[in-house]
Ligand binder design. Sequence first.
Ligand code: MG
Length: 370
Amino acid sequence: MKITDVEAIWLQLPTVDERCDGTQDTLVVRVHTDEGIVGIGEVDSSPMVAKAIIEAPMSHGIARGLRLCVMGEDPLEIAPLWDRMYQGSIFFGRGGAAQQAISGIDMALWDIAGKAMGQPVYRLLGGGFRNRLRAYASILFQDTPEATYELARSLADQGYTAAKFGWGPLGKSEATDIAQVRMARKGLGDDVDLMIDAGLCYDTVTAIKRASQFAEFNPFWLEEPLHPDNIEGYAQLAATSPIRIAAGEQETTQPGFKALLDAGIAVVQPDVARVGGPSQAIQIGRMAAQRHRLCVNHSYKTGVSIAASLHFLAALPNSSLLEYCVEQGPLRQTLTCEKLPVVDGYVAVPQEPGLGVTLNEEVLARYRMG
Ligand code: MG
């Protein structure tokens, strides 16, 4: 089997605003083969930036577009192809957008491998520790604590056993921060796990203070309270925090995750559409497992990324939670024909060959750009 084409398809809603909602646009990757098997993947990046990284012509040997790195090659040679993409993009890559773009092709290669071998991807990653993951509803804090309370109540009523609120108004004032978290807890009740995503809004001293202030509301974790470059701050926070510290969604490389684990955080959050695909996400998860820390996906895109997340998480011993974005936009809700629904608080790991999701061609056509 040979790779005959790599498509990078930029999708975007008619209106994109500043709220930190990654479901407003995306980059879908399709890898075609001469045997008719097509693999699909997704990139979480700035879609146009990642599209350029995939489609770029050769500048020289270590500055070539990712498509050129894999064209004509055997798609089942996933590790060598990953290395070709990494080595071929050293000049502009070694992390960041290039690593995010590699993710989409890597994901599609695993999809092809699963389809070719008649196996779901998690089986090719070593097999399943579980066949379903407990979904935590992932959503942004609302503008007022009262609105957050109403949203939390509604998520609890829908049967979620865990929910995360993030970004938005957090970091504006101490009183607002505490009121938001208090009302989120009140809306969820005491039996639903609450996660708080601070969205990079604190300096180290404030984060240490908030971690102890939030503790009375018994959060399962406090996520990304610090700038991703503030590794020293993470070490100070992890050493003093009464609650778990989670981070990693901005990291794209293994050294980035190693630094966070060395700093002592309790939960790493690789995004399979950012870290280099399932090939890298599983290795980051295993690195966390060796240190007896939790690995939970970051994912705030479409059903393609959710499916890929389910596969790598299923193949890890230290993962049982799934970030499940509950934004209601059409890319999140309708891009894949399979809805990967929450049943009794859990999402089943797809058992079909490959990733187990297919694209809705009508949705693809409607939001396609360029
Ligand atoms: Mg987050």
